[in-house]
Write a protein that binds this ligand. Structure first.
Ligand code: PLP
Length: 396
């Protein structure tokens, strides 16, 4: 049996006609840049995410870059982020001439650890206050610990740019005045950045991204930065870029947005299936495999709608002899990937930043021990059985 890490055929087939009709409408309209279809999509996504404004951009990478540009991050500044993420999280900082500063991750969620952040921020406050913003990443589809991160941001008066590229719709239980308010990824910081790369839970037929925010002045600035900083056109008070999303992507995404809650639910069901299947083996007891933990899950919330405490963009396990297991799975036609094999502080482009000596042990350990298994919504139970069987076989 072949089990790909991701197969989009099953998602596209039932939507094909609807998507073709929507795309045809764009083609016939000749409105190929921005316009009412993009605006409608921005409103719908912002509403879904519980944010006041949505600004569509060309990619998740551009969302991060434009957000930092709007916050006027530049040379001499530092930005605090996680050492364990996709490169774009750090790339946007470096592209603006600023310096990434890292705080290690929590070994359970793989998200930035607020306790480590507190140490880094205290150090920075003592040594010149260069940190000007914080980028937490909601890795694999589960929010970073935003309550504690917001408290730190408040204490040090720093804006938060949430990298929510893997977490559209993911809920975080914010404690306010003795009450729990579930808030969606991207709605808690100063700005939230989303990606519609085809492998994300909401993926286009190419690149796309979006920034959410609640501050209308910031939203206006982002809209201007998106079109080269021209406001009005040909008058450039600031330098922006061409960061626009195409209407051809937004109409496709709009068709898919209507299905997003059921896809989240299917991914959560698949995660529950893995938990059941792994529990029937010895792998968890022997410690050969540990499963991801949905830390915000509440009893009784398992499969219902609107319970997106984890949207499982990836189902990442921690294993013994990871590289051996990966080879075994690939040999048996099972798709698996390492997200990510090299922590950000170890990237060659940071040579000279002095990070070769600084250690982020949990990020380093995650890079050596973790592996993502297939979790896409259309994955069948038979495929999941085969995956778990093959993992069992490898360890026996
Ligand atoms: C996908 C991703 C991005 C970048 O998004 P693109 O649309 O591919 O540019 C940024 N950060 C994280 C965590 C991602 O997973």
């Amino acid at each position: 049996m072949r089990v790909p890490l991701l197969d989009l055929h099953g998602q596209m087939a039932p939507l094909r006609d609807e998507i073709l009709a929507a795309v045809t409408e764009v083609i016939d309209s000749t409105q190929y840049i921005l316009g009412p279809k993009v605006e409608r999509f921005e409103k719908n996504i912002a509403a879904y995410c519980g944010s006041g404004h949505g600004i569509g951009v060309a990619s998740g990478t551009d969302a991060l870059l434009a957000a930092l540009m709007a916050l006027e991050i530049g040379p001499g500044d530092a930005v605090l982020t996680t050492p364990y993420s996709f490169f774009a999280t750090m790339g946007c900082i470096l592209r603006l001439g600023a310096k990434p500063v890292f705080a290690d991750i929590d070994p359970v969620t793989y998200n930035i650890d607020p306790a480590c952040m507190a140490e880094v921020l205290a150090d920075d406050a003592r040594s010149g206050k260069r940190i000007k913003a914080i980028i937490p990443v909601h890795l694999y589809g589960q929010c970073a610990d935003m309550g504690r991160i917001l408290a730190l941001a408040q204490e040090y008066n720093l804006p938060i740019v949430e990298d929510a590229a893997q977490a559209i719709g993911a809920l975080y239980p914010m404690q306010t005045g003795g009450q729990t308010v579930w808030q969606r990824a991207g709605s808690m910081g100063k700005a939230g950045c989303f990606s519609f790369f085809p492998s994300k839970n909401l993926g286009g037929i190419g690149d796309g991204g979006l920034i959410t925010c609640n501050d209308s002045e910031l939203a206006e600035r982002l809209r201007i930065i998106r079109v080269h900083g021209g406001a009005p056109k040909y008058h450039h008070g600031v330098v922006g870029g061409n960061f626009r999303i195409d209407p051809i992507q937004t109409v496709v995404l709009e068709v898919k947005l209507a299905r997003l809650p059921e896809w989240h639910k299917a991914r959560r069901r698949n995660a529950a299936n893995y938990r059941r299947l792994f529990a029937q083996t010895d792998l968890l007891k022997t410690g050969e495999v540990s499963l991801p933990k949905a830390v915000y899950e509440v009893e009784g919330m398992m499969v219902g709608e609107g319970c997106d405490y984890h949207i499982y963009n990836q189902f990442v396990i921690r294993v013994r002899d990871r590289d051996g297991l990966l080879r075994h799975l690939i040999n048996h036609e099972i798709g698996a990937e390492i997200y990510y094999p090299i922590p950000l502080h170890r990237q060659e482009c940071l040579a000279g930043f002095g990070y070769d000596k600084v250690l982020f042990p949990e990020a380093e350990r995650a890079a050596l021990e973790t592996l993502a298994l297939p979790i896409f919504p259309e994955l069948t139970e038979a495929m999941q059985c085969f995956v778990v069987e093959q993992i069992s076989e490898f360890y026996t």
